[in-house]
Design a binder for this molecule. Structure first.
Ligand code: BG6
Length: 493
């Protein structure tokens, strides 16, 4: 089914997100004939541009970043429009409204509008207010939806405040809070892996799972985003949203139905069951690090403090590893470990389910080399797939056991196209399906868990920020988080 005719209005259209992610994703939807017949993208920004100039700029973005190869479709470029005004000034919204309604009439999009906030977060409460003053948030004459990019607040109080402000002008059903991780095909596959296979779900609990690891690393630094990152750090940038969301999907109960309400109810229950880490315990449960100037394969690499826009004395973390528990029936006593960082050896996002060992080690001659436990590795990216590790007898005399892999790669499905996260999410919003978007209560529950950690770091400057050389797996202290003689899984060590 195609979405209803509409106009997608992008605030912040001259920014990076529009040109690298949004417009290429829309072009890919166009190539698959998934966009409605009467559809336009209206870019808004302060920089004055003609439609032609905007189309040209977007065309380079599509060439560089779209997932579907081939020429930039002319038919799509013709659907792009641009209108320039100062979005900070409420008085200027009347002119914008007139332009929008005239465009709506011209193309016949039926008064349906999606407003996408791809601006700096300081604009998030303002724009909805100004839209509402113009009567553009009311959905009685067509649908009106609002997509809000991250960051959604910078702590619990600001997230609550933002939710309150948005809800003054739009109803919860109209608000689509984006976390692009939920748009990833392999993240959605977590639900299918768990809930469509009889073999996993019976084992998916404290009786059979020893611990769970969620890792999301990058091999690049902060690049040009130093200014943003100084206000954020890895805990806000990756853990509060993406990694807690992955954890929720691993830990949630089966939803009653596959619909937005049921799935989002189960996600929020997990987030509300996260055991808070008391401020004084933060150094025991959370390790933070920052990449330092180093040599990687003979190349000099800048430290975080030398990056553009970064305070030379910055204590902002570019790495976080943490341990926590989910206090509920299914997961009581099972440690969860999550880890993320910039400038690590590789880009990888994966979830590792470590199953309990057998109760008695029949085949281990030497207890020190007891074979690793069974692991299910769910690879979110890049090499998307599933890997099950188990023990096999080494052929020949005796009973020597060796770990072997049963491996599935999405790339083996040669004719399957993996849509990008933005492609999937934009299409869902156009179809009015909020399942893969975050609900307000979930965002607040995640902040509620993160807040004491932020406070401890702020109030106790003696909590160390461990320096780690680029190209390593972060501070060694992160290894000590994991109980017993186990370590993190190092995908390419
Ligand atoms: C973004 C963060 O949300 O996610 C970035 O702001 C990070 O710092 C990015 O690089 C990672 O996304 P992906 O899809 O490349 O794993």
């Amino acid at each position: 089914k195609k979405p209803d005719n509409h106009i997608l209005v992008i605030f912040g259209a001259s920014g990076d997100l529009t040109h690298r992610k949004l417009v290429p994703a829309l072009a890919d939807l166009h190539k698959q004939d998934l966009l409605p017949e009467k559809f336009a993208v209206l870019g808004l920004g302060r920089t004055p541009l003609t439609n032609e100039q905007f189309r040209e700029k977007m065309s380079t973005g599509i060439q560089e970043f779209s997932s579907k190869k081939g020429d930039v479709p002319n038919g799509f470029l013709k659907r792009l429009y641009y209108y320039s005004f100062n979005t900070k000034e409420g008085a200027e919204y009347k002119g914008f409204k007139d332009y929008l309604l005239a465009l709506d009439k011209e193309i016949g999009s039926g008064g349906n509008f999606i407003f996408y906030l791809a601006t700096p977060p300081s604009m998030y409460p303002l724009i909805p207010r100004f839209l509402s003053e113009q009567g553009l948030s009311r959905d009685d004459k067509g649908f009106r939806r609002l997509i809000v990019e991250k960051p959604f607040g910078h702590d619990l109080a600001s997230a609550r405040q933002l939710n309150r402000e948005l809800l003054n002008y739009f109803k919860e059903e109209q608000i689509y809070r984006i976390d692009h991780y939920l748009g990833k095909e392999t993240v959605q596959n977590l639900l299918v892996t768990r809930f469509s296979n009889g073999i996993y779900e019976p084992l998916w609990n404290r009786n059979y799972i020893h611990h769970v690891e969620v890792t999301s690393t990058e091999d690049i630094g902060v690049g040009n985003r130093g200014g943003y990152y100084e206000e954020s750090g890895a805990l806000r940038d990756m853990v509060q949203n993406h990694l807690l969301l992955l954890t929720s999907l691993v830990a949630m109960e089966p939803p009653a139905l596959i619909n937005a309400e049921s799935i989002r109810n189960e996600i929020v229950k997990v987030l509300q069951s996260l055991r808070p880490i008391p401020k004084e315990e933060v150094p025991r449960y959370v390790i933070r690090g920052q990449y330092i100037e180093s040599e990687v394969k003979g190349q000099h690499v800048k430290g975080y403090r030398q990056e553009k826009g970064v305070d030379p004395k910055s204590r902002v973390e570019t790495f976080v590893a943490m341990k926590f528990y989910i206090d509920n029936w299914r997961w009581a006593g099972v440690p969860f470990y999550i880890r993320t960082g910039k400038m690590l050896p590789t880009r990888v996002t994966e979830i590792v389910i470590h199953f309990q060992p057998t109760p008695h080690h029949l085949f281990a001659d030497d207890p020190a080399i007891i074979r690793q436990q069974n692991q299910l590795v769910i690879r979110i990216q890049p090499d998307e797939g599933l890997l099950l590790k188990f023990g096999m007898k080494v052929p020949g005399a005796g009973f020597r056991v060796q770990d072997v892999n049963m491996d599935f790669h999405y790339s083996d499905l040669s004719d399957t196209y993996l849509p990008s996260a933005y492609e999937r999410l934009l299409l869902d919003c156009m179809l009015g399906d909020p399942t893969l978007y975050s609900r307000g209560d979930a965002v607040e529950a995640a902040w509620n868990f993160i807040d004491p950690i932020l406070q401890a770091w702020k109030e106790e400057p003696c909590i160390k920020v461990h320096g780690y050389p680029a190209g390593t797996w972060g501070p060694e202290e992160a290894d000590e988080l994991i109980e017993g003689d186990m370590t993190w899984r190092y995908p390419c060590k």
